[in-house]
Write a protein that binds this ligand. Structure first.
Ligand SMILES: [Fe+2]
Ligand SMILES: [Fe+2]
Length: 334
């Protein structure tokens, strides 16, 4: 049977002896056809580096993001809330694992990526450098932070790099549960006592702007986005995604009976979207540069957890080596 055009293309892209020119042409055609690049395919160095950076930063964000919520597990107001929050935090650990695995297929080991994180050389989402002050922050984080993550990540399910896109499919399903649980926490508080409603409002006031900044700087200030869109990794620009998010949360805030802290927020009939005010990009840059309210604390905690876990990694390695030894003896014996 004759090979399909796609199979031929992939054979060229996977051929390790193919000169770069042929590999590049095959890569370009795969991108043009909106098909997928797989780990064994030839890919430009810049694509590999950019994807490694993006996926590892994403993995770091999932892992660091466990901290603000993990701190609230023991203080959750009921057994049911503890169980839900614990499940959510565990999901985030799982997201980190899928993503580190996806990034490893590009040739950087998980150990290297973890080292970059604890050395302070890698970035992660700036939102996790803000403190979670009250129980209501668990609601605001779920609703707004996981909500922003969904807007960002649903289009990534179609990212051109196969392992990344496939990891995102399951992650998005779980993020959807996370957003609903956050919304439900806020709904209950909002319908509670005046003090509870105020607590919910304060948490939303604190989280709103940092959540909008999760989409990254404005398009004019985001040079990497253009290339990422050409590679079919990113499908919408930062500003498009931010707009989509604002349009989604305004009606949800109305259901919650809470307000969003932006006096410029209003429906624009002509555009068919909500207008919203300018964000404080100086603050964003400060937090990204490591000078946010919790940067030091988050990294110290991550470093300590890594050191505390050293014996587990050693034990797992020793066990794997022993099991491998036993299996080969069994094979020889057979
Ligand atoms: Fe997540
Ligand atoms: Fe989440």
């Amino acid at each position: 049977m004759a090979a399909t055009a796609d199979q031929t293309l992939r054979a060229v892209a996977s051929d390790e002896t193919a000169v770069d020119g042929e590999g590049q042409a095959a890569f370009d055609r795969i991108i043009e056809q909106d098909s997928r690049i797989e780990p064994r395919d030839w890919m430009p160095d810049k694509y590999r580096k950019s994807l490694t950076r993006q996926i590892s930063q994403h993995a770091h964000s999932e892992i660091i993001g466990m901290q603000p919520e993990g701190n609230w597990i023991t203080r959750a107001p009921s057994l049911k809330r503890k169980a839900i929050l614990m499940a959510k935090v565990q999901d985030e650990a799982g997201h980190g694992l899928y993503l580190y695995s996806a990034a490893e297929t590009l040739g950087t080991t998980r150990d290297e990526m973890m080292q970059q994180l604890i050395d302070g050389k890698a970035k992660y989402s700036s939102i996790f450098n803000y403190p979670a002050r009250t129980w209501a922050d668990m609601g605001a984080i779920g609703w707004l932070v996981d909500g922003a993550a969904i807007c960002n990540q649903v289009p990534l399910c179609r990212a051109s790099y196969g392992p990344y896109g496939r990891a995102m499919v399951r992650i998005c399903k779980e993020e959807s549960f996370h957003q609903r649980q956050g919304f439900e926490i806020l709904l209950e508080l909002s319908n509670g006592t005046p003090a509870q409603k105020q607590m919910a409002q304060d948490a939303v006031d604190r989280t709103y702007a940092p959540a909008l900044m999760m989409f990254g700087p404005p398009d004019g200030d985001s040079p990497n986005s253009v290339q990422s869109m050409k590679w079919n990794v990113k499908r919408f620009s930062n500003d498009e995604l931010r707009q989509r998010f604002v349009d989604m949360i305004v009606p949800q805030a109305e259901v919650l009976g809470l307000t969003l802290p932006d006096p410029d927020l209003k429906w624009n009939e002509e555009r068919g979207h909500y207008d919203f005010g300018e964000l404080d990009w100086d603050e964003f840059k400060e937090v990204l540069a490591g000078r946010g309210p919790c940067n030091t604390q988050r990294l110290e905690r991550r470093r300590a957890a890594h050191e505390d876990g050293a014996w587990v990694r050693e034990a797992a390695k020793a066990y794997a080596a022993r099991t491998a030894g036993r299996q080969s003896t069994e094979l020889i014996g057979a």
